[in-house]
Design a protein around this ligand. Sequence first.
Ligand code: C5J
Length: 222
Amino acid sequence: MVKIDAALPFVFTFDPATTALVVIDMQRDFIERGGFGETLGNDVSLLQGIVPTASALLAFCRGKGIEVIHTRECHKPDLSDLPMSKRDRGAPSLRIGDPGPMGRILVAGEDGADIIPELYPIAGELVIDKPGKGAFFATPLGDHLRQRRITSLIFAGVTTEVCVQSTMREANDRGYDCLLIEDATESYFPSFKTATLEMIRAQGAIVGWTAQFAQLEAAWHD
Ligand code: C5J
């Protein structure tokens, strides 16, 4: 068992054999200049800031034999899994499915919907395409984790308060112990990230735990 004494709000203990790393939506359209995220008026440099740590976390988990799962928020080319409420909300300059600078926005198979090269999946790693914010909704993730007898999940990715938090809440309700790596997740809105970390670990880890990557690394050497 690995024990992260420095985790918040209290020690996080997990068995690497029954733990998976879930890297949420590290997609070009959210993170790279000229992508969908930027067309919405967001400063993508904030998200780019976590790439080195997320990459180190990914390499670390691969090296320790922890199962790695990636998610991508995207829709089928015919948009049959895109609720009109999601497509039509607000007044963005580009909508999901429209042609954008990196192909059709958030459509499976397009360049913008793919994972950034720095965190690209390797052979054998599961990639879940998800139409919602949470990774359990309308995907095979739950069945996969059950088959693999996974009981703990380590999370990284973007954005902290949307797809990461939604997935952690879904996982928590399904009985998984969830740890979010603080410096491997980010939001376009720094105050939203801070608030999300606080609400996750409030009331005795009501949604889960948080820790820094270095604290996870150090726990292995203890
Ligand atoms: C958003 C995400 N923010 N991956 N997606 O729309 O968090």
